[in-house]
Ligand binder design. Structure first.
Ligand code: TMP
Length: 224
């Protein structure tokens, strides 16, 4: 099973992914936690180029290709082998981020992005995606607090430096993508407290994991 978390800057994905990992582990399920960009050794080098504020002049198409390079390495080296070995893979961002950031916010051709994913990344899609939704005002404030307090490195602040309008487009983009695939997406109100968000995610997880493990029983399962 392949689970992803998505959301704008400061939406709390990196905190919540730890809760997801712990919940699955405590439930006795084999799982691995990973992220994009930077889920592999090669990917970490690509990540440092992509997120460096000194890369401000990066061409949007170059940006798209670097995210795709990171992803194909990640899929081949980590995601597919782990799924094949029976693990649940939980990933902090994946292809929906490319659709929202490079497609909708940067304005690159969506058909090109979808084709690249089909040609290079085997069109691999998650089984379940949590979209942590939050206003960009609130998200950016949290993200800048993390940068100021040192809990996030300022060598990774290229996207935080983008204008508020850019982050508004990313949020709208994500919500539009989620609307098109309601069976895969679960939209979580990330303006709530950490515990409230965790409780909401855990409720969905219990239901979805049971359904995934025993699809024939899905009519009997109640979401509690
Ligand atoms: P994060 O690891 O803190 O979420 O930062 C990753 C940044 O990269 C974030 O600003 C979103 C951006 N991003 C894209 O623009 N496209 C992508 O495909 C991915 C995976 C991330």
């Amino acid at each position: 099973m392949f689970i992803t978390l998505e959301g704008i800057e400061g939406s709390g994905k990196s905190t919540q992914i730890l809760h997801v990992f712990n919940f699955l582990n405590e439930s006795g399920l084999k799982c691995v936690m990973t992220r994009e960009p930077g889920g592999t050794r090669i990917g970490r080098k690509i990540r440092s180029i992509l997120l460096d504020p000194e890369s401000a002049a990066m061409n949007p198409a170059a940006e798209l290709l670097l995210y795709t390079a990171d992803r194909v390495q990640h899929i081949q080296e980590i995601i597919l082998p782990m799924i094949a070995g029976g693990s649940i893979v939980i990933c902090d961002r994946y292809f929906d981020a490319t659709l929202a950031y490079q497609g909708i916010a940067r304005g690159l051709d969506m058909a090109l992005i979808l084709d690249l994913h089909k040609l290079i990344c085997r069109n691999l899609k998650p089984d379940l995606t949590f979209l942590l939704d939050l206003s960009p005002d609130a998200g950016l404030q949290r993200a800048w607090n993390q940068l100021k307090s040192g809990s996030r490195m300022d060598t990774e602040s290229r996207f935080e430096n983008e204008a508020l309008a850019f982050h508004e487009r990313v949020r709208t983009g994500y919500l539009g993508i989620a609307e098109k695939e309601p069976e895969r997406f679960r939209i979580i109100d990330a303006s709530q407290s950490e515990d409230q968000v965790r409780a909401q995610i855990t409720r969905v997880l219990k239901f979805e994991i049971q359904k995934f493990m025993d699809p024939s029983a899905q009519d009997d399962i109640k979401c509690t």
